[in-house]
Design a protein around this ligand. Sequence first.
Ligand SMILES: *Cc1c(COP(=O)(O)O)cnc(C)c1O
Length: 396
Amino acid sequence: MYGNFKKHLADELAAIESAGLYKKERIITSPQKAEITVKGVGQVLNFCANNYLGLSDNPRVIAAAKSAMDERGYGMSSVRFICGTQDTHKELEAAISDYFKTEDTILYAACFDANGGVFEPLLTDEDAIISDSLNHASIIDGVRLCKAKRYRYANADMEELEKCLQEAQAQRFRIVVTDGVFSMDGNVAPMDKICDLAEKYDALVMVDESHSAGVVGDTGHGVSEKFGTYGRVDIYTGTLGKAFGGAVGGFTSGRKEIIDMLRQRSRPYLFSNSIPPSVARAGLEVFKMLKESNELHDKLMRNVVYFREKMLAAGFDIKPTQSAICAVMLYDAKLSQDFAAKMSEEGIYVTGFYYPVVPKGQARIRVQLSAGHEIEHLDKCIAAFIKVGKELGVIK
Ligand SMILES: *Cc1c(COP(=O)(O)O)cnc(C)c1O
């Protein structure tokens, strides 16, 4: 039996490879941080991690994880509602509610699960989900698991959203769902306008803060801080795998009854293991640190401004980022791959993206900045961009 299937897979894999879309893994042999060691390459500077606040190797976070291992053990061996909840899990949920100014929070193994498990328990075929066309894959999958009628609007396009909301008046309940920051352009969803429309057309609002929490807003508390939409967003989802330490874990935060219903009915919560004590305690430590001081977020913002200004001055075409994601536009697919390969030779890890990940003719290098970067790291990265940019005729 496997013979035919093996050939089928081998052909498909060969097609992926010849289209230049085959994903290979880099093997890192150091902690995740600005300077990493990569097997077969040596030391490079990392500009493609989601380590926005530089917490992935933070000593205080590591110490918290170690103390939890000593005091609460290694694993939970249970889902939350049977015997997988420790005091630390509840404390972490309370800390997340405090951070987003919400009524309650429920933890998941990942934000992929939070999004996968949020729609189906709340909505039925009588209802409508209205989704931004650039929303994350996990939102798309979550929507697929729910029988509600689906509407889609072009990225951050408020006219299209309004049309969807008008059509969706036919349904019982409506929810508008959006990413906070879109990962390819680094743009922020216009939450104030989304909330205005949702109010006008009687819809709930959900935002996935995975790339925006810890980054967007005066003190990094996400889209509601930036747009003053506290109290107007019904559901936030997010990850502990990006700004908040980078380990693993996700959450849904929001109105009390919504979170209560998810605890009763959300399948990835009911049928998947609890996050380990070390991750829960380290996550809790992250929220304590962010409450004590805004130093890391301030540093991240300084790095973003520094990088952008130097790159614009060098003549690069950069999307107007509102986050820690900087899209350096090259437009040509092959050029984006050649550029990224040459940057790698210069000891800088950045990622080249092209169709179908971004629209045709919109190829780019995506740079992700971090509070873990020092000015000399940024200077090295910018110098490499200028050198490779001149070699490839992108800048003069
Ligand atoms: C990264 C990301 C996720 C997935 O988060 P995990 O916790 O790694 O599963 C979900 N949504 C968005 C918008 C993301 O960027």
